[in-house]
Design a binder for this molecule. Structure first.
Ligand SMILES: [Zn+2]
Length: 65
């Protein structure tokens, strides 16, 4: 039986390389424009679907702190 290959061999999560992935609304598949905004914790980039609202928020500095 083949093992479920959800885990990366290195144990790292796929993030920035899947760039196109988090632009896409998981509900309707729309390609959304990144909208930077500021929070108390710093800058975040939100991807906003016109129909479903914010579906993804990413921290552009994640891993660089
Ligand atoms: Zn949507």
């Amino acid at each position: 039986m083949a093992h479920d290959q959800h885990d990366n061999p290195d144990g790292l999560e796929v993030r920035v390389s899947q760039d196109e992935d988090y632009r896409t609304c998981s509900d309707c598949g729309a390609d959304c424009e990144p909208e930077p905004f500021t929070t108390d914790a710093g800058i975040r980039i939100g991807f906003v679907c016109l129909e479903h609202g914010v579906h993804t928020v990413v921290d552009p500095f994640e891993g660089s702190r």
